[in-house]
Design a binder for this molecule. Structure first.
Ligand code: ZN
Length: 201
C-alpha cells in the first residue's frame, strides 16, 4: 500500500511563533516517500494573482545554520513576503541538493569546501546538478484554480515548468540582502551554469 495515499490533501493549522497562523497541507511533488508540504498563508484564492514561493529543503542551512548557502534566508524572506501580503502559498519540497538527495549533498559539500563549484561537485559525485521537476507544482496550482501567480524566484526552470502546465507566471526576484563570500560564489555559479537571473556580485 502506498503510505502517502491516505494522507495527501490532509491539512492542519499551526500557530507559528514567527509567522502567525499557517495551514500545512500534505501533498506529493517529489519522490520523498513521506510527502511534501503546501503552506497556506491566509486565503490565497481570494487574490487575483497570489504570491507563491517554491522552496527546496536544505537541512544544512535551515536547521544547522550553515553559512555555505542562503537557503534559510530565502525561506525567511519568502515567509516574510507572504505574511506581509497576508496571503499566498509556499511549497516546501523535499528536494535536498536540487533533487540529488541528502547523501549526495554531503559528498558534494565536502568537495565544495575545497573550492569545487556546486555544478562540478554534483558531476564529480555522479549525480545530476539539477534534477528537479516543478511541473507537479504547476498541475496542483492549475487544478486548485491558481492560474495567475506571482512567483518569487531567480530560477528560469521553475517559471518554464509552471508555464508548461498552463499557469501564468509573473516573476519576482528573491535575493539575500547581504550575501557572504560563499553565497556570492554560489550566485556566480548559478548565473553562469544554471542560467539563474542573479546580479553580478
Ligand atoms: Zn542550502
Amino acid at each position: 500500500m502506498n503510505y502517502l495515499e491516505g494522507f495527501v490533501g490532509a491539512s492542519t493549522s499551526i500557530n507559528s511563533k514567527k509567522w502567525g497562523p499557517l495551514t500545512m497541507e500534505v501533498a506529493s511533488f517529489t519522490p520523498a516517500l513521506d510527502g511534501d508540504l503546501v503552506v497556506h498563508v491566509g486565503d490565497p484564492l481570494e487574490r487575483k494573482s497570489p504570491l507563491v514561493r517554491i522552496h527546496s529543503a536544505c537541512v544544512f542551512s535551515e536547521v544547522f545554520g550553515s553559512d555555505f548557502c542562503d537557503c534559510a534566508e530565502q525561506l525567511e524572506l519568502a515567509m516574510e513576503a507572504l505574511t506581509h501580503e497576508g496571503a499566498g502559498l509556499l511549497f516546501y519540497l523535499r528536494f535536498e541538493a536540487r533533487g540529488a538527495g541528502l547523501a549526495a549533498k554531503v559528498k558534494a559539500t565536502a568537495l565544495e569546501i575545497r573550492g569545487v563549484d556546486t555544478f562540478e561537485s554534483r558531476i564529480a559525485v555522479g549525480v545530476s546538478p539539477e534534477s528537479r521537476d516543478f511541473a507537479p507544482v504547476g498541475r496542483y496550482l492549475f487544478e486548485k484554480g491558481f492560474k495567475n501567480i506571482r512567483l518569487l524566484t531567480n530560477n528560469p526552470l521553475k517559471v518554464a515548468h509552471l508555464e508548461g502546465t498552463g499557469v501564468h507566471v509573473l516573476r519576482q526576484p528573491l535575493l539575500s540582502s547581504d550575501p557572504n563570500e560563499n553565497v556570492k560564489a554560489l550566485y556566480r555559479t548559478k548565473a553562469a551554469k544554471f542560467s539563474h537571473w542573479l546580479p553580478n556580485v
